[in-house]
Design a protein around this ligand. Structure first.
Ligand code: AMP
Length: 623
């Protein structure tokens, strides 16, 4: 790139209570920057030793139990606050908080008084270092996010922390606004009302935002056009509570089964918490999780928690978040149905029950396609790109630049939405299975203009499971694509006989530059002829294989009744078609498609009599 046209480099930072991240947006779209051990999340934890040396991040967090008094976590709760404002938090903090000048909340570590800004600055400086290493360029500016309810003092404290870390704060933006920007909300130019539901480890926030789009077609949407209509939440509600529920359950049962009044030392309690968290995370993707704990003296505690049991246990916890959503709507004078989009943020929104309840409450399918731990940082990076002037950047347009489809049998592509379709749009296709007794079907979502899956870009895949075994061709699989005004693609697969359903959500236009779209289009034109041929060969192969299977089965059924001459003819035609099938697997490009087609037709014609024999046989068998 020409240095003189290189836009000013600004990163986006999510300075979180538990974890922080730094992201950057170029013409491929936003991405999170990784540290030297390829981690995106930097724990917002700082240890200060007796000499005043600071350890930041994972290492500080992992040894927090050993050094409770000198390990500072959750410092965000103290930013720009007075000691009176944080009284409610003190029970949750392992270090000492004292009053500084003007009753400002300060930390006392090794008899030194430190400001929360200094601790945040250490975290920001570490993020800056990570960004510089990842981008191999100096980084001097950042967009930093804060909760929507932060007041002026808290925002100012965040700015100061940035300055202490050697960063010019280009803009402070609201976390929910950043999340909306990451999804490209607002680009459609329509006035939208958005709910951002943010359920993390320790805090819950719900924000209702309104976009007031700028007039004029070219004006790019940025955070300035998002208005906060209301916020609600709970500064001590999050995934940690669920971990605690599991720990309490385990402790209760151990006590009941073994008569042990367990008073665990802190390190064991910590281990138990980690273990409970892992169990919870498993239950987000599996139907049950087995627990086994060695209690010593040959005693063990074993049990399985099912998804149903887990959901019953956490239902009141989810209810508390829904109550807050209700309050936020009331304050904004809105009904649930008036919310156009719901954006999910925070690790705990991976819990299926949370998604389901939030979707049901707001009467809309929530946005979950972007990693809920990264979405705020990614949105901050989008805002940074807009400010630096490099934002024609990510391709989020009102047309779908490349066709979207799914992989079908044999590796071909069925396109559901064609290139240049305007959004919103939708399409549905029916499919079936090619193998008897198939109980699971893989749906592979693809983007591109070529005819073969291998030549298209893979956007994601998922499985539709639990289909009752049926003969090939009987299941009725319906795959629907739905793209909304923001370019978010929902793919749903339903097997109509059993009602089984599975879905995935994808940001269809992420990760592609305009130049790449051009190249993909050019490629598709230059390959059009050979691609069409390949697609035809694949279809022939799939259908011929099904024919051959049916004919061989039928021959077995009526073995003794086939006249020898006819049998010879059939065998000859079967062998001829099988040769084409084999060759099409080895070297599809060299197969003569017309000859293949002719061989298939000849076998079709020759098998009419076999068909009759087979039917006659069936009738006899039944009679
Ligand atoms: P955050 O504060 O946004 O980083 O969210 C962290 C919280 O999300 C913690 O309580 C994690 O245990 C929780 N979490 C992360 N992944 C999952 C998952 N797959 N299922 C349920 N909770 C999760």
């Amino acid at each position: 790139m020409n240095q003189s046209t290189d836009p000013e480099l600004i990163v986006g930072i999510d300075l979180g209570t538990t974890n922080s991240l730094v992201a950057f947006c170029d013409d491929r779209g936003p991405r999170v920057l990784l540290d030297e051990s390829t981690q995106a999340l930097l724990p917002s934890v700082v240890r200060i030793d007796a000499d005043g040396r600071m350890t930041i991040g994972r290492e500080a967090r992992d040894h927090a139990v050993e050094y409770p008094r000198e390990t500072v976590h959750s410092v965000k709760r103290l930013m720009g606050q007075t000691i009176d404002q944080v009284r409610g938090d003190l029970d949750y903090l392992s270090y000492e908080v004292a009053a500084g000048e003007g009753a400002a909340a300060r930390l006392r570590v090794h008899d030194r008084l430190l400001s929360p800004q200094e601790i945040s600055a250490a975290i920001l400086a570490r993020l800056r270092e990570i960004a510089q290493a990842a981008l191999r360029r100096p980084v001097g500016k950042a967009v930093i996010t804060v909760p929507a309810y932060f007041d002026d003092a808290q925002r100012q404290a965040t700015r100061d922390a940035g300055r202490f870390a050697g960063l010019e704060v280009a803009r402070i933006i609201n976390e929910p606004t950043a999340a909306a920007l990451a999804y490209g909300i607002g680009r459609s130019g329509e006035a939208e009302t958005i709910a951002v539901y943010d359920l993390g480890g320790g805090t819950f926030d719900i924000s209702i935002l309104q976009i007031i789009p700028p007039s004029g077609a070219d004006a790019s949407i940025d955070s300035a056009f998002f208005q906060v209509r209301s916020t609600a939440g709970d500064t001590h509600l999050g995934g940690d509570d669920v971990d605690r529920l599991i720990v309490e359950l385990v402790q209760r049962e151990i006590r009941a089964q073994h008569g042990l009044a367990l008073e665990f030392p802190p390190s064991t309690r910590q281990a138990l918490r980690r273990f409970a968290e892992a169990t919870k995370i498993r239950l987000s993707s599996e139907d049950s999780a087995a627990i086994q704990i060695d209690l010593g003296d040959g005693r063990t505690y074993e049990r399985t928690i099912t998804r149903d049991e887990f959901e019953t246990m956490i239902a009141p916890w989810v209810d508390r978040t829904i109550d807050a959503c209700r309050r936020a709507l009331r304050d904004a004078r809105l009904e649930p149905g008036e919310i156009d989009r719901v954006v999910m943020v925070g690790g705990s929104t991976r819990i299926p029950l949370v998604r389901q309840r939030v979707g049901a409450f707001f009467e809309t399918n929530p946005y979950t396609a972007i990693d809920p731990d990264q979405v705020v940082a990614l949105g901050a990076a989008v805002q940074a790109a807009i400010l630096s002037g490099s934002q024609q950047a990510a391709l989020l347009l009102d047309v779908i630049p490349l066709s979207l489809g799914i992989e079908t049998m044999g590796g071909a592509v069925a396109k559901l939405i064609m290139r240049n379709s305007t959004v919103p749009c939708q399409a549905t296709e029916r499919f079936s299975t090619s193998v008897d007794g198939q109980t699971s079907i893989k749906i592979h979502v693809l983007q591109g203009e070529r005819e073969l899956a291998g030549d298209c870009r893979s956007l994601g895949e998922f499985h539709l499971r639990g289909i009752p075994p049926m003969p090939a061709g009987i299941p009725q699989l319906e795959v629907s694509f739905h793209i909304d005004v923001n370019g978010i693609l929902d793919v749903t697969a339903v097997e109509r006989r059993s009602g089984k359903r599975a879905a995935v959500q994808i940001v269809a236009n992420h990760g592609l530059t305009a130049a790449e779209v051009d190249r993909i289009e050019r490629d598709s034109i230059s390959h059009a002829r050979s691609d069409m041929k390949l697609h035809r060969i694949i279809d022939l192969r799939v259908n011929a294989a099904l024919d051959l299977k049916w004919i061989r089965d039928a021959i077995k059924r009526v073995e003794g009744e086939i006249p020898p001459d006819y049998r010879r003819e059939l065998d000859g035609r079967i062998a001829a078609l099988q040769r084409f099938v084999d060759e099409s697997e080895r070297e599809p490009q060299s197969v003569d498609a017309d000859a293949f087609h002719a061989a298939k037709e000849e076998l079709d014609r020759a098998s009419v009599r076999l068909h009759e024999l087979s039917i006659a046989r069936s009738l006899r068998d039944e009679g």
